[in-house]
Design a protein around this ligand. Structure first.
Ligand code: ZN
Ligand code: ZN
Length: 99
C-alpha cells in the first residue's frame, strides 16, 4: 500500500492525499508536479527512475487506510544536486524501461 506522503520532498509544498498534483517514483519518493517536470526533468533524484502521478485513494478508503503524516524533505542542494545532475545526464529522454 502506498504511504501517500504529505509533501514534496524537493520544495516541501503540501501534497494532500486527494491532490492531483503529486508525482512519485517506484520507491515512493514524492514530488509536486512543478518540481517533477521542472527542476527534476522526470528523473527521480534518489533513484534515477521516472516520476508518475500518484493515484488518489478514495476518501472512503482513507478512513481505514489513512495517508502518512511523516514529512520527507531533502532539498536539491550540494551532493544531492550533483547526483541528480549525473542521473539527468544519463537518463534524460531515456525511456524509463531502458534506464
Ligand atoms: Zn515541489
Ligand atoms: Zn526514486
Amino acid at each position: 500500500m502506498l504511504a501517500l506522503r504529505p509533501n514534496c520532498e524537493c520544495c516541501d509544498r503540501d501534497l494532500p492525499a486527494d491532490s492531483l498534483d503529486a508525482m512519485m517514483c517506484t520507491f515512493e519518493c514524492t514530488f509536486c508536479s512543478a518540481c517533477a517536470t521542472g527542476v527534476l526533468q522526470n528523473v527521480c533524484p534518489n533513484c534515477g527512475g521516472e516520476l508518475v502521478r500518484r493515484p488518489v485513494r478514495p476518501a472512503e478508503k482513507r478512513l481505514t487506510y489513512p495517508a502518512s503524516a511523516e514529512r520527507v524533505f531533502k532539498p536539491l542542494t550540494g551532493e544531492r544536486m550533483k547526483k541528480h545532475a549525473d542521473y539527468v545526464e544519463r537518463y534524460r529522454g531515456v525511456d524509463p524501461a531502458k534506464r
